[in-house]
Design a protein. Structure first.
Length: 150
């Protein structure tokens, strides 16, 4: 096993599990973009929190993993309400990157390079009513190699 030192990202990390291991979704965007709001709605839909606001990222055997910094484990911000304590996973493999923003209508496949690994990336407006449905579908839309399934 080869583990490479990583970085701390200003992002959130949630994970979904249909069958098999948890599949992590890294949520990126500027402050106030709706990252935590999208994560909160995803938690209500069966996703699990890994990290909010800051994510420690590292690679191991050609895969990207993320975990919360210890001081933030199990905490998520509900803007305008409080910092909430929720049940959280200690880590997850990151298989998809979601960038908060205004997506193109039919964008070409995009990838985000993190620590030398290319991960599939989609752009979502987290405030759209359909954002959570799109997020859930996107997790199953990509296989482990980061390719779209037909």
């Amino acid at each position: 096993m080869t583990v490479h030192e990583g970085v701390i990202a200003h992002a959130g990390l949630i994970a979904a599990r249909a069958s098999g291991p948890w599949r992590g979704v890294l949520i990126e965007g500027p402050p106030g973009a709706g990252k935590s709001d999208l994560a909160l709605r995803a938690l209500d839909a069966g996703f699990r929190l890994v990290a909010d606001d800051r994510v420690a990222l590292w690679t191991c055997d050609g895969r990207l993993f993320g975990a919360p910094p210890p001081a933030l484990a199990g905490l998520i911000e509900a803007r305008g309400l409080d910092i909430l304590r929720v049940s959280a996973l200690p880590l997850a493999e990151v298989v998809l990157v979601v960038r908060c923003g205004l997506p193109e209508r039919l964008p070409p496949p995009r990838f985000r390079e993190i620590l030398g690994l290319a991960l599939p990336m989609i752009e979502l407006d987290p405030r759209d009513a359909s954002a959570l449905a799109k997020l859930a579908r996107a997790v199953s839309y990509f296989d482990r190699a980061g390719n779209r399934r037909i």
